[in-house]
Design a protein around this ligand. Sequence first.
Ligand SMILES: Cc1cc2nc3c(=O)[nH]c(=O)nc-3n(C[C@H](O)[C@H](O)[C@H](O)COP(=O)(O)O)c2cc1C
Length: 157
Amino acid sequence: MKIGIIYYSQTGNTKTVAGKLLKTLEGAGHQVNIEEITIEGKIPAQPGKFEIVNAPEVDNYDALVFGAPVQAFSLNPVMKKYMQSLPKMEGKKIALFVTKQIPVLWLGGTGAISFMKKECELRGARVVGSKIVVWAGSRREQSIKEALANLSKLFPS
Ligand SMILES: Cc1cc2nc3c(=O)[nH]c(=O)nc-3n(C[C@H](O)[C@H](O)[C@H](O)COP(=O)(O)O)c2cc1C
């Protein structure tokens, strides 16, 4: 299966998880590309104050994983804008993840995943799973490990 991992990362955490997931999925025998959404503008990105300069295309993939950080108790505005610009994704299998600091999932994490899920489903895609990775303190490594296990299970070899 040809899988695209498409992410936005401001400080590198989401990028780290995306990179580990690339290796895990490749290890399971998939053909995987990793692509970063990049912007020009003020950091942290605020709605209306940045332009997306690299918006990865989704057409070439059978399946996609989208990853992004939670910011201000919501999905980061870059991923919001990117997802709202996506074309139809009829029949594509999708997995989602977000990274966040605060170890309370409903403080932004579940809402961010719901936003991404809705945008994918509006375009005819099938969201098969998601994971919230908590970055804070001692939970980080376990949270990353669980995310890699759960997300890769969604794409059997
Ligand atoms: C501007 C800003 C706002 C943030 N807001 C939240 C938040 O509301 N809840 C939370 O859990 N973490 C929040 N964080 C922490 C990030 O979600 C967390 O560090 C994430 O892993 C960063 O991912 P990145 O390194 O890929 O950008 C915020 C970080 C920044 C820079």
